[in-house]
Write a protein that binds this ligand. Structure first.
Ligand code: ADP
Length: 850
């Protein structure tokens, strides 16, 4: 089968390959054979030549001798001997025309001939005896060469034939049949046919060229499938773009201007269906009067390949609308078509109109603006300028429109020119204070702002300059600054607090006095509002007060403010509304004034109490002093009678009674004296050790204590007090005396003295085991001359004095008692009179048992 196919020539490629190989191989064989034959020929010829040389060298001398001896036989023999040498064909010895000897026959044309003279040396002389001609034939040589050539060619022809056959087969097996398979596959290949497979094993890891070809074809097949898919997607996308494009798109046939296709947008805009559009020409899509113009534009487009032009489209309902057409000629397969992108310009025309109007408004605005404004174009030429500009820069009535800014103001520095360039490139620049040195030497302070303005197409058309001559303003500012500084100084140095708040009562400013009064730093205060610095009870007052202020009233009232540390500041606030809606308040600390006021009230109350006391005092005194006087006067009458009756016993009694009354009066008067002294200005307070003071008091009434067999005990540590020593000693003495004096019958008096911590101070107590005091008399006994027990000595002044002294030290004196159960007199004293770390120290003392 293979062979048949081969022989039938179904593999022309193989055949051509084999023919070429055979031809090439034959040519080479031929060339090599020729070369070899030539070499053999050269070799044979050289052998012949060497024979000839041998004749000349070896045989010629003997021939010369034979010739000298004219020995013709020997000569003949010698010549025939030479003829035996290979390829010798003919030999002749001749002297002139005479032939001495000859051997062989001269028949062949292919010969090598050599003629040599026969020389004989006789007696030293060279004798030429004749000429020897030797002829060698090449016929044998040629015959050998021919044989050899035939042998080589025949054997090579057989070899080449066999090799060619083998190659033919091999080529078929290795290449041809696979190529045929690939050819068949390619011929039958369709989009989804399977990949190609070959009937062969892959010899090397990568395979041979055929494998590579098959693989490449398979890859190509895969790539092609993907490409087809991509192309399909692309097509779909194009279709979607075409249909969903914002612009109208039409495909038109050049020349006839027939609409081949139009997208959905085109239908929407024109009101024609797609099919209707497909039956129209582009020219019919416009008003008839523009037909010629449109056709010219279309011709230009189809010649130039692309063009953009504006025209009008007519809707199905006859209305017109402006469009911009961007057309280009494209190749769609075989056909050339025009592709038009058409944009509705209605909106743009409208905006351009608006922009034109805007430009006009801008120009008018600039011209009539009360500020100094100039509008310049991109060459810095005036387009519009305001009246103020002309006045500010002393331009009078000059017509500067169209003139360059730099021509009007040649003194403009390069620095400003650079700024103009930057603004023309789109920047906006401003400066609050810039110095403009005019050509005439005048200097002006200018505040300016330069910004670009844009034309209807959005391009920068030039710049607008706003300027304000600040020379005058600067002077005013300086004056204002001075006045501000002045005000600041007053503001800061005021002893009253000055507070500025906004309508929401947030602090806006405060002077240092205000900050100090409220205990905040300025920064802290400015984060607060009034409500944060007023005690909660008064916050509700703020609203109505603000309303009153805003109604134009001036407020002056007292407020309890809360400082940063929580303490309360009693302040008087005088507030009013400022023209800008803020409120200004003057704050004065009236704590001292209030204290003085309170003190005054207290003193008045005290005075009144004293007056009342004085009244009762006077009454009591007059009453109590009257009683002994009545006694004395009574006994004086009795005494007179008794003296008349000379009743000595009764006289003595009466005198004793009178004496008793006088003593009583004496005591009363002493008590009064003592009381009056306590009312006087107290002595200087000093540090007093209560233990020491108590010892002194005890020592003073030692005999009394002893007589009454009383026990005095200090039951706790006692504080050191900062008090009026003599008077405090008097208080202790009175309480100690009473404790012993009012003992129960048959019970030895025991008096205990101690101290305990009290809220904000200390409480001393003097406790006895005496008769006690009924509840209803417990306050009464502190009254002047009040005594419950007249049996025992006394004036009823002691407790009155004691209470007054304690009160003068800011303390209180009272009794706790049960009748028959002893009494406790309490003295509470404020922290201020306790020495050495106050109550804290004392409390530590009493907690350590001593
Ligand atoms: P005097 O001691 O001179 O009588 P005081 O003013 O010291 O005057 O005392 C007034 C009265 O209070 C006393 O007369 C007494 O009735 C009563 N009194 C004072 N101290 C005690 C006491 N410790 N126990 C019972 N009664 C007392």
């Amino acid at each position: 089968m293979t062979w048949r196919q081969l022989l039938r020539g179904r593999s022309p490629l193989a055949r051509r390959l084999v023919v070429c190989t055979v031809l090439f191989s034959s040519a080479i064989t031929l060339a090599l054979t020729l070369f070899q034959l030539y070499r053999d020929y050269r070799l044979d010829v050289s052998v012949i030549e060497s024979h000839l040389d041998q004749v000349e060298r070896v045989h010629l001398p003997t021939i010369a001798e034979s010739l000298w001896a004219t020995d013709q036989n020997r000569l003949q023999l010698q010549l025939e001997g030479i003829l035996q040498l290979g390829d010798m064909h003919f030999i002749e010895l001749r002297e002139g025309d005479y032939v001495w000897a000859r051997a062989g026959r001269l028949e062949s044309a292919n010969v090598i001939r050599r003629q040599v003279p026969v020389v004989y040396m006789h007696e030293g002389r060279r004798q030429i005896l004749g000429t020897l001609t030797v002829v060698a034939t090449l016929d044998d040589v040629y015959k050998r060469l021919l044989d050899k050539a035939v042998t080589i060619l025949v054997s090579n022809a057989i070899k080449t034939f066999l090799v060619a056959l083998f190659m033919l087969m091999l080529f078929y097996l290795m290449v041809t049949r696979h190529l045929q398979r690939i050819g068949q596959w390619l011929a039958q290949h369709e989009k989804d046919s399977p990949p190609i497979t070959l009937d062969k094993t892959i010899s090397t890891p990568d395979g041979d060229e055929i494998d590579v070809l098959a693989r490449t074809l398979n890859e190509f097949r895969d790539g092609q499938a993907q490409a087809l898919e991509a192309a399909a997607t692309e097509h779909k996308r194009y279709e979607s773009l075409f249909d969903n494009a914002n612009d109208m798109v039409t495909i038109v046939e050049p020349g006839s201007w027939r609409i081949l296709d139009a997208n959905r947008r085109a239908s929407e805009y024109t009101g024609y269906t797609r099919d209707e559009l497909r039956s129209m020409t582009l020219i019919q899509l416009g008003p008839p009067e523009s037909a010629r113009e449109v056709e010219t534009a279309l011709r230009r487009l189809s010649t130039n390949g692309s063009s953009v032009y504006e025209r009008a489209y007519r809707r199905k309902d006859g209305s017109l609308f402006p469009v911009e057409v961007s057309g280009r000629v494209v190749q769609l397969g075989e056909a050339r078509v025009i592709e038009n992108f058409v944009r509705d310009l209605t909106e743009r025309h409208h905006s351009e109109q608006v922009l034109r109007e805007r430009d006009e408004v801008l120009r008018l605005f600039v011209e009539h603006s009360p500020a100094a404004i100039a509008m310049l174009d991109s060459e810095m030429r005036y387009v519009a300028v305001s009246r103020r500009w002309m006045i500010d820069y002393g331009l009078g009535d000059r017509d500067i429109i169209g003139h360059s800014h730099y021509e009007i103001f040649p003194e403009i520095p390069q620095r400003w020119k650079d700024i103009h360039q930057r603004c023309l490139a789109g920047a906006t620049e401003r400066c609050d204070e810039d110095l403009f040195i005019r050509a005439d030497g005048q200097t002006d302070w200018v505040k300016w702002e330069i910004c670009p303005w844009r034309r209807a197409d959005g391009e920068i058309g030039g710049v607008i300059m706003f300027t304000e001559l600040a020379t005058e303003r600067k002077q005013v500012e300086a004056a204002l600054r001075q006045s501000e500084d002045h005000f600041r100084t007053i503001f800061e140095q005021a002893t009253d607090g000055i507070l500025i708040v906004d309508a929401q009562t947030r602090y806006l400013d405060a002077n240092s006095a205000g900050c100090q009064m409220l205990g905040y730093s300025r920064e802290e205060l400015l984060k607060l509002s009034v409500a944060d610095t007023i005690i909660p009870d008064e916050v509700l007052r703020i609203g109505p007060e603000i309303t009153r202020l805003q109604g134009g009233n001036v407020m002056r009232s007292e407020w309890r403010l809360r400082r940063r540390d929580g303490s309360i500041l009693l302040g008087e606030i005088a507030a009013k509304l400022l023209p800008d809606g803020r409120m200004q308040a003057f704050l004065r600390d009236i704590t001292e004034r209030q204290q003085a006021d309170d003190e005054r009230k207290r003193l008045i109350n005290e005075l009144m109490a004293r007056n009342v006391e004085m009244e009762s005092f006077v009454y009591t005194i007059s009453h109590d002093l009257k009683a002994p006087l009545i006694t004395i006067s009574g006994f004086a009458v009795l005494l007179a009678k008794d003296i008349e009756h000379n009743d000595k016993e009764r006289v003595r009694d009466s005198i004793r009674e009178i004496k008793k009354a006088v003593d009583g009066m004496q005591q009363l008067i002493e008590g009064l004296l003592m009381l009056s002294r306590t009312g006087q200005i107290p002595g200087e307070p000093e540090d007093v050790d209560l233990h020491a003071l108590l010892s002194e008091v005890q020592a003073r009434c030692a005999s009394y204590i002893e007589r009454e067999r009383a026990t005095i005990r200090v039951v706790s540590p006692l504080p050191r007090l900062h008090v009026d020593r003599p008077r405090f000693s008097q208080v202790l003495q009175n309480l100690l005396d009473n404790g012993i004096k009012f003992h129960r019958t048959g019970v030895a008096p025991v008096v205990e003295i101690g101290a305990e911590a009290d809220k904000g101070g200390v409480r001393l107590y003097v406790r006895d085991n005496g008769i006690g005091v009924e509840k209803r008399y417990q306050e009464k006994i502190f009254g002047l001359f009040e005594r419950l027990d007249t049996e025992r000595e006394g004036t009823g002044v002691g407790l009155t004095i004691a209470r007054r002294i304690v009160e003068q030290h800011g303390g209180r004196l009272w009794i706790e008692s049960e009748p028959g159960g002893g009494s406790t007199f309490w003295i509470s004293l404020p922290d201020s009179v306790i020495v050495n770390g106050g109550v804290g120290e004392f409390v530590r003392d009493i907690s350590t048992p001593g």
